[in-house]
Design a protein around this ligand. Structure first.
Ligand SMILES: N[C@@H](CCC(=O)N[C@@H](CS)C(=O)NCC(=O)O)C(=O)O
Length: 214
């Protein structure tokens, strides 16, 4: 049972919810985590389905009972709500346009492709073509990381000297297939900022717990 006045996050280890967990951690916001691997467990899908008809994580239920879904929206919303933490360029900041551009790029061009992989019949492909489909998805994701890498000019972090939720988002989504090793090859320009996020002492134990296999 959720304690009163607490955020409830439906999430799973090694999923996009970990980016939201990282943002809540940096903001010092307590939350109750309801764990479930939606991509492999019908029970987990049904559990979150009561809050999110897409039956996906992350799904965040606010203390007032309102639900927000979509990882990029959740991250931007949390950052905007806590401007003192400087987890996003403010509206009017010259970096705001590129911040929004890349948040939505990661969400729509990259993260959304992973939906195909647990069951290739989701796009009408026969099960026998599974390996080819997954390879093609990974090739497209690699191309997208390469494209993003060529456009950004990171300094300490992806958008400059301040860590933003874009850094958290990329640090998480780059761990999905085709995995960090390939990300490192495709995005050498972004990699130092992402390593900095991996090694952030405020987040190190979260990464270890939530991505136990790296
Ligand atoms: N557009 C959603 C995608 C979320 C998503 O794909 N979540 C995955 C886990 S990383 C999921 O719950 N998959 C279960 C399924 O699609 O059946 C977002 O950005 O939050």
């Amino acid at each position: 049972m959720a304690r009163k006045q607490e955020f409830v996050l439906y999430g799973a280890a090694a999923s996009g919810s970990v980016a939201v967990e990282a943002a809540l951690t940096l903001l010092g916001i307590p939350f109750q985590l309801i764990e479930g691997e939606t991509w492999s467990s019908k029970a987990a899908r049904e559990r979150v389905g009561g809050q999110n008809p897409m039956r996906q994580v992350p799904t965040l239920v606010m203390p007032n009972g309102e639900t927000i879904t979509e990882s990029a929206a959740i991250l931007i919303w949390l950052a905007d709500l806590h401007p003192a933490a400087q987890l996003a360029p403010a509206i009017g900041d010259p970096a705001r346009a590129q911040f929004l551009r890349w948040m939505f790029f990661v969400s729509s061009a990259i993260y959304s492709l992973h939906w195909i992989k647990p069951d290739v019949s989701r796009i009408g492909a026969p099960e026998g073509s599974r390996n080819n489909v997954v390879d093609a998805v990974h090739a497209r994701i690699a191309f997208c990381w390469r494209t993003m890498d060529a456009q950004l000019k990171p300094s300490k972090y992806l958008l400059g000297d301040a860590l933003s939720v874009l850094d958290l988002y990329v640090a998480v989504i780059s761990r999905f297939g085709p995995w960090r090793e390939r990300f490192c090859q495709e995005a050498p320009n972004m990699m130092p900022a992402i390593i900095r996020v991996d090694e952030d002492p405020r987040l190190k134990s979260l990464w270890e717990r939530r991505f136990p296999s790296g």
